[in-house]
Structures are given as structure tokens and as C-alpha cells.
Design a protein around this ligand. Structure first.
Ligand code: GRG
Length: 297
């Protein structure tokens, strides 16, 4: 199963890299430095978890793979923008991302700011391309889904709560609220966009996917908090121990390591249960859930 999943994941990761490379402006085109920095921030790194999720969700709904490629690329562009901005000195202030200098270190802060801006707008350009979907109303719904997941009631809002939480002792409920927005909203959108690529996605399947993605999005963050305390910088490709250094509330500080691990297991089980009715059709989703919760970086 693992080998079969690895092969599938590698295929999707390669497809995603190829599509993103084609969508990003060439660094030969002016403004060269901005385009070079955009390509630096997006290409050649990352697990592409969100793209894998769009593909697994799209498969469950019978969506054509070429459409999913583009929806997945749009989500990865938003994700890459969020990482570039998150690393800026005015936010998390991190020098390392995906095992290399973060964008503002490799280039400069103003360029990194513009990279984030341009990646965000490119994501919507890609998702709204007329060739992406034959049903304009459905496509418009997908654009809205990504906008809501990225904005103040989604990822950007979660980031605002995160920044305001430094040094505070949050309850588990407050921490969950932050992560549902900061990380969970985009992960949920990745699944919904994959499903939306089908001509007429079955409503029950979309509901199951939505619940699966909510659970797996939260599990992703719980595991991220655990890894921040357990893994080293070389393995993570980003600075380990950052949460404690910045005095940030995490699942590990609130629950302790063992209960945080149990919570990740519970969320994994909830996610698996949501797609169990679809049997073998949901194999990729099951494997992906195990990959997300069992990852080492
Ligand atoms: C700046 C608007 C704005 C938002 C930033 C997602 C986010 C919000 C910041 C990232 C900070 C962070 C490290 C969050 C923990 C979870 C997370 C999103 C980790 C990075 O995602 P991965 O592991 O990264 O999927 P790769 O590199 O594999 O794509």
C-alpha cells in the first residue's frame, strides 16, 4: 500500500511541479527579479499535500485530472504566498523555508511582499481561466471558495489570531478556532476545489469530503505542533522549536505530548470514518490521511 501510495504521490507531485512551472511567468520576462523570486518560492520544494488532497478528492467525484491539476496549482500558489509572508520579519521572522533561505533572505523584504501579492493574484487568474471548467457558475463557486478560505474569515484571519496569541494561554477551543482558520480553511478548500472540478459532484460525497478535510486539516496542525518539538531543523526544512521560542500556544503546550498524539489519532479516525462508505474509491484519501498524520516533516 505504501509503495503504491508513494508512486501515486510522486506522480501528482511531478504533475503539480510541471503545471506550476508552466503557469509561473518565466524569469526572462520583466520584471525578472520578481519572477525569479516567485519561481524560487513555489518550485522545487514542499510536500504538495494540498495538491494531493485536491486530486484524491477530485478522483472520488470523477473529475477530469487536467482540471484538478489547475485547481490544485491555484491552492498551492496561495499556500506558497502564505509561507513567504509568514516568514517575513513582521510575522514569524524565519530565515529557513523548505530547506533553503526564505524568500526575503534570498531576495529582499520588498520583493518577498510582492511575491506573496503576485502569487495570490496568479492563483485566482488560474482558477478563473475560462478553459478550466465548462460550467461557469460552478467555477465561480470555486473562485469564491478559495477567496473565502484565504481571506479574513479563513487563512489571513487565522494568521491575525495567531499573531495576537503570542504569550497568551489559550484554551484548546480557542487554539482550535485559530487553526481551523489559519491552516484548516485552505486544506478544506483544496478538497472542495478538487470535487468542484467534476461536472456534477455528488452532494453526499462533497459533504463527506468536507468533513474529512476538516478533521485532516486539524490533524495536520496537531502533528505540526508535535513535530516542532520533536524533529530537528534539517528534517523539517524550517526552524525547529520555533513555537516555544516565540512563546506560542500549541497543542503540545496545552495538552502535553501524549494527549496531543492521541488527539491526532482521534482526528485521523474521524477523517477515515467520513469516507469509509466509499470503500475502495476512497483509498487515496485514506492513504493521504495516514501520510499527513504519520509524516516526519
Ligand atoms: C501570511 C496570510 C498569511 C498566512 C500565513 C499557513 C500560514 C498562514 C502560515 C504558515 C505557518 C506555519 C508553519 C503553519 C503551520 C502549518 C503549516 C501551514 C505548515 C506548512 O505547510 P506544509 O507542511 O508546507 O504543507 P510545505 O512546504 O510542505 O508545502
Amino acid at each position: 500500500m505504501t509503495n503504491d501510495f508513494s508512486l501515486w504521490a510522486q506522480t501528482i507531485q511531478t504533475r503539480t511541479e510541471t503545471v506550476l512551472s508552466a503557469l509561473l511567468p518565466s524569469q526572462e520576462i520583466a520584471p525578472q527579479r520578481l519572477h525569479q523570486a516567485m519561481r524560487y518560492a513555489v518550485l522545487g520544494g514542499g510536500k504538495r499535500v494540498r495538491a494531493l488532497l485536491s486530486h484524491a478528492a477530485g478522483e472520488l467525484c470523477g473529475a477530469p485530472v487536467e482540471r484538478i491539476d489547475h485547481a490544485a496549482a491555484a491552492v498551492e500558489l496561495i499556500h506558497a504566498y502564505s509561507l513567504v509572508h509568514d516568514d517575513l520579519p513582521c510575522m514569524d521572522d524565519d530565515d529557513l523555508r523548505r530547506g533553503k533561505p526564505s524568500c526575503h533572505k534570498q531576495f529582499d523584504e520588498a520583493t518577498a511582499l510582492l511575491v506573496g501579492d503576485a502569487l495570490q493574484t496568479l492563483a485566482f487568474e488560474v482558477l478563473s481561466a475560462p478553459a478550466l471548467h465548462p460550467l461557469a457558475a460552478q467555477q465561480l463557486g470555486m473562485v469564491r471558495t478559495l477567496a473565502q478560505a484565504s481571506g479574513s474569515r479563513g487563512m489571513a484571519g487565522g494568521q491575525a489570531i495567531d499573531l495576537a496569541s503570542v504569550g497568551l494561554s489559550l484554551t484548546q477551543q480557542e487554539l482550535e478556532f485559530m487553526h481551523i482558520h489559519k491552516t484548516g480553511a485552505l486544506i478544506r478548500a483544496a478538497a472542495l476545489l478538487g470535487a468542484g472540478c467534476a461536472d456534477a459532484p455528488d452532494a453526499a460525497r462533497v459533504r463527506a469530503l468536507d468533513h474529512y478535510a476538516k478533521c485532516i486539516g486539524l490533524a495536520f496542525q496537531v502533528v505540526d505542533d508535535i513535530l516542532d518539538t520533536q524533529a530537528d531543523t534539517a528534517t523539517l526544512g524550517k526552524t525547529a522549536g520555533k513555537d516555544a521560542e516565540q512563546n506560542k500556544p500549541t497543542y503540545v503546550t496545552i495538552l502535553g505530548l501524549e494527549r496531543a498524539k492521541s488527539l491526532a489519532d482521534e482526528l485521523l479516525e474521524d477523517a477515515l470514518q467520513a469516507v469509509r462508505p466509499y470503500g475502495a474509491e476512497a483509498t487515496r484519501l485514506e492513504q493521504l490521511a495516514h501520510f499527513i498524520t504519520g509524516r516526519a516533516y
